[in-house]
Design a protein. Sequence first.
Length: 359
Amino acid sequence: MTTIPVTIGLSRPRDIADAAALGRPGDPLVDRYGRVHRDLRISLTDRCSLRCTYCMPEQGNEWLAKSSLLTLDEIVRIARVAAADGVTTFRLTGGEPLLRPDIVEVVRRLGEIEGPDGRPVELAMTTNGIRLPEFLPGLAAAGLRRLNISIDTLRRDRFRDLTRRDRLDDVLSGIAAAAASGLRPLKLNAVAMRDVNDDELVDLVEFAVAHDAELRFIEQMPLDAGHTWDRSRMVTRDEILSTLSSRWELTPVPGRGGAPAERWLLDGGPRTVGVIASVTAPFCGDCDRLRLTADGQLRNCLFSTTEYDLLPIMRAGGDGVDDGIDRMLRSCVDGKLPGHAINDPGFLQPARGMNAIGG
Ligand code: SAM
Ligand code: SF4
């Protein structure tokens, strides 16, 4: 039997002898608060073609060592075990997932995975869109089902300042390619920022509607690699709704489930807008997400300061690998706290920036 690697920093570590309480391979991934985990975010790289101020520093990034990056076979192996344990959705992210040279093959291999009921997993991607015109046909043919594309401003000078790259036209081409594809629902993500883009909220929603997409505003979170987040500068959910209400009548869409976004119909629908209010209206009680970093660390929360290292298990080889992955998934789920602590005075920002965690 594979031994459970020791993990430092669990809230209330279980004794190794208590491991059976974590469940067996094929059991659902249920944490101590009854949350069933069905969504695995897979970060494919920490590298990116942009340098968004709220995510990465302009310079001085310490990239993950190539030797520590999970190979395609390793990612697929972890994903298979997760699917057998009831994970039904894989979202590919980063960094910028389209920078991974074998991205179409990653999608094809993950798209072949079936859950215990024989149904294929749902495969989604969050991207800055820059390489979509080149890759989208191949990705769709390989099994990608859903896309989220990030765009925070429609103004070229702002885009350049915010991302430190002059690539708005490339992002717009990527969004146009996604709109022309059959992949739906299409979602556009925008981080709302005071004195940066808070005068563009209505424009961004109208842009999304024109592209048959749903705009989802995200409250800025303390996950920038430069640790410069300032609560007083954050645009809140209520402010976003107040601005949008001046243009549309907003009617809440029921049935949110474990989804991070609250959604509203615009003027009675069918068009919608979403808000992800991780800071002012956390949705931790329904969280069903786990994260896998590009260097093989499992995380049970964006804001966790604990990681569960799969790399030694993957690289040890032998018969115990799948068993070891299953155990590590269960340890990670078992260590999940009831909620994040952004709003506590003693909150400690994770050491990794968002680009290295996987958004
Ligand atoms: N590069 C891809 C992209 O930008 O869509 C995928 C990775 S990015 C880390 C995923 C999402 O996280 C993006 O929508 C981005 O806007 C969001 N994000 C990054 N840092 C954030 C922060 N500090 N607060 C809120 N959202 C953030
Ligand atoms: Fe890159 Fe996405 Fe981070 Fe922007 S938010 S720097 S596009 S990883």
